[in-house]
Ligand binder design. Structure first.
Ligand SMILES: Cc1ncc(COP(=O)(O)O)c(C=O)c1O
Length: 500
C-alpha cells in the first residue's frame, strides 16, 4: 500500500462528518460550480488511518530518527517545549483577523521576536512575513530594488554573488529581474576582493554573500567588501543561513550589511519547512525599513482609550504597514506557529544564545578532526582532502572526495547513499560547486560526542567499502536510487483516479 486511496478500509463507512450548516441549494451557486458526484475521499476507520500515517512516518528519515549531518540546509533537534508553547490555546486558537485588542499577547511575542532578531543582527527593522530563507532573500532584494527605484537609480541592474554562494541567492535576485554577476573565489576558498573590485560599478544594486561562507570559513575581509560595494553605491545583503555560527559573537550589522534574512529553522530550532511551514524573516537598516512587507508590529505606551483586558499592560501593540511597502509576500502575518517556536527557543536561552553558536562550531571542528584522525590511523587519508585549507572552520566543513573518485570510481553520491544504509541522513553533496566531489557536513550543536565519534568511524569505514556495494547503495531504504532530476521536473501531485 502506498496511499490512502488504495485502502478499501471500513467499507466506505469509517468516517463521520458533521451535518452541513448550509445546504448546497441554499447557497444559490451556479450549476457550473456544483459537484456532479461526491468527492472520492478515502474511507478509513480511525485505527486504519492511524496505522497508515504511522507506517508512512516510519518510512521517513528525520532528525527524530537519526543523525542528520546535512551541510548548509541542516536540521537540528527541535526542543519539544517549543511545541508545547506553540500549542497553548491562547496562541494556537487565534484567528489572524481578530481585532488588536484581543491579540495583544501574540502581538507582544511578534514584537519581541522582531526586536531580538534586529539586535542580534545589528539591523533596525524586521518583518516576520517571509516563510522560508529563499523567500526572505527575494523579499529583501525587492526592498533594495524599490529603494533604488524611489531614488531614481534605475541603472542598478546587477547583483554580485561569489561562486561559493547558495543557489537560492542568484535565483532570488534573478526572480526579481536582476542580472547576476558571479565572482570567483580565491584559491583558499575565500572572497576575492580584486575580483569584486573588477566588477563593481554604478550598475551594482547589491552583493549577496553569506559569512561564514558555504565552505564553513569566516570571511575576514567582509567589511572591506562592504566598503567597496558601498563606495560604488550598492547594498550589501547577508544570507543569514549560517547565522548559527556567529550569533552573539558578531553580527551582519558590524560587518557592514544593509539587509539580512534569518533561517529560523537553522538558528532558532524551528523545523525546516522545505518551502512549507518554515520562516525566513528579514531585517534591514533604517533606509530600507519603509519598503518592508507589512504588517509589522509596532508598540506605543498604553493610552486610556485602549481596550485592554489586562490593566497592568504598559504597551499597546498594533499592526503597521510600512509607508512604501513592496506589498505582502505571504498571507496574513507570516507563519505564526514557526515564529512562536523560535521565540520559545530564544526565550529559553536568552543571553546564552551565543553558547549555541560556540557548540555548533566546536562540534563541526571536532567531527572534522575525528574523521581525519581515524583516516590517518587506517592509512585512508589520501582518499580525500579538505574543501578549504583552513585550520579552524565554523559551523560546517567540506571534504573533497576527488582522489577517491579517481582511484576507485566511488564519488560523493555513492558515499552519501552508502551512509543511508548505515542509518544516517546523507550529507549535502556536490555543493558548493567549487569543491570537486564535495561532501558537506554540518553536525549542529545538538549532537553528543558519542554520536559524532560513531559517525566519524562509519564515515571512514565507508571510504574503504567495496566500490560495487557503494554503487548499488542504498539497499535498505524503502526507495533505492531515484532519478532526482526526473522527480523534480515531473511532479505528480494529484492521485491518478481510475474513471469509474
Ligand atoms: C546558505 C543558504 N542560503 C539559503 C538557504 C535557503 O533557505 P530555505 O531552505 O529556508 O529557503 C539555505 C538553506 O537552508 C542555505 O543553506
Amino acid at each position: 500500500m502506498s496511499h490512502l486511496f488504495e485502502h478499501k478500509g471500513a467499507d466506505g463507512k469509517g468516517y463521520s462528518q458533521p451535518e452541513p450548516i448550509l445546504s448546497v441549494d441554499s447557497l444559490r451557486l451556479p450549476d457550473s460550480m456544483k459537484r456532479s458526484a461526491a468527492p472520492r475521499w478515502p474511507r478509513l476507520s480511525e485505527p486504519e488511518m492511524v496505522r497508515h500515517y504511522t507506517w508512512l512516518s516510519n518510512r521517513n528519515f528525520g532528525i527524530d530518527t537519526g543523525f542528520y549531518p546535512l551541510g548548509s540546509c541542516t536540521m537540528k533537534h527541535n526542543p519539544r517545549v517549543n511545541e508545547v508553547i506553540a500549542q497553548i490555546p491562547g496562541i494556537a486558537d487565534l484567528h489572524p483577523l481578530q481585532p488588536e485588542h484581543q491579540i495583544q499577547g501574540i502581538l507582544a511575542i511578534f514584537h519581541e521576536m522582531q526586536e531580538m532578531l534586529a539586535v542580534c543582527s545589528g539591523m533596525n527593522s524586521v518583518t516576520l512575513q517571509p516563510v522560508a530563507g529563499a523567500q526572505g532573500e527575494f523579499t529583501a532584494i525587492r526592498c533594495i530594488q524599490e529603494y533604488f527605484r524611489t531614488r531614481g537609480e534605475l541603472g542598478r541592474t546587477k547583483v554580485i554573488v561569489p561562486d561559493s554562494a547558495h543557489g537560492t541567492n542568484p535565483a532570488s535576485a534573478a526572480m526579481a529581474g536582476f542580472e547576476i554577476v558571479e565572482i570567483p573565489s580565491r584559491e583558499d576558498g575565500r572572497l576575492d576582493l580584486d575580483a569584486l573590485r573588477a566588477v563593481v560599478g554604478d550598475d551594482t544594486a547589491a552583493m549577496m554573500i553569506t559569512n561564514p561562507s558555504t565552505l564553513g570559513i569566516f570571511e575576514p575581509e567582509v567589511a572591506e567588501a562592504a566598503n567597496i560595494v558601498h563606495e560604488a553605491g550598492g547594498q550589501m545583503y547577508y544570507d543569514g543561513a549560517n547565522f548559527n555560527a556567529i550569533l552573539g559573537r558578531t553580527s551582519p550589522g558590524l560587518m557592514g550589511f544593509d539587509a539580512v534574512h534569518y533561517n529560523l529553522h537553522k538558528t532558532f530550532s524551528q523545523p525546516h519547512g522545505g518551502g512549507g511551514p518554515g520562516s525566513g524573516p528579514i531585517g534591514v537598516r533604517s533606509h530600507l525599513a519603509e519598503f518592508l512587507p507589512g504588517p509589522v508590529v509596532k508598540r506605543r505606551p498604553v493610552m486610556p482609550q485602549d481596550r485592554l483586558t489586562n490593566a497592568n499592560n504598559e504597551w499597546w501593540y498594533q499592526w503597521h504597514f510600512p509607508k512604501n511597502s513592496i506589498g505582502k509576500v505571504q498571507q496574513w502575518h507570516g507563519n505564526a506557529g514557526a515564529v512562536i517556536r523560535s521565540w520559545a527557543f530564544y526565550r529559553r536561552f536568552g543571553r546564552e544564545l551565543k553558547t549555541m553558536s560556540e557548540h555548533a562550531v566546536l562540534n563541526a571542528n571536532y567531527l572534522r578532526h575525528m574523521i581525519h584522525n581515524i583516516a590517518v590511523e587506517r592509512g585512508l587519508d589520501h582518499l580525500f582532502c579538505d574543501g578549504a585549507p583552513v585550520d579552524v572552520v565554523k559551523h560546517e566543513f567540506t571534504l573533497s572526495l576527488a582522489s577517491l573518485k579517481e582511484k576507485s570510481g566511488v564519488g560523493a553520491m555513492d558515499i552519501a547513499k552508502g551512509l543511508l544504509d548505515r542509518g544516517y541522513m546523507a550529507p549535502t553533496v556536490y555543493f558548493p560547486l567549487i569543491v570537486p566531489e564535495c561532501v558537506m557536513i554540518e553536525p549542529t550543536e545538538t549532537e553528543s560526542k558519542e554520536v559524532l565519534d560513531l559517525f566519524a568511524e562509519r564515515f571512514v569505514d565507508i571510504l574503504a567499502e567495496d566500490p560495487e556495494v557503494l554503487h548499488q547503495a542504498p539497499t535498505t531504504t524503502p526507495v533505492r536510487r531515484v532519478d532526482e532530476v526526473y522527480a523534480a521536473r515531473n511532479l505528480t501531485l494529484a492521485h491518478p483516479f481510475e474513471e469509474e
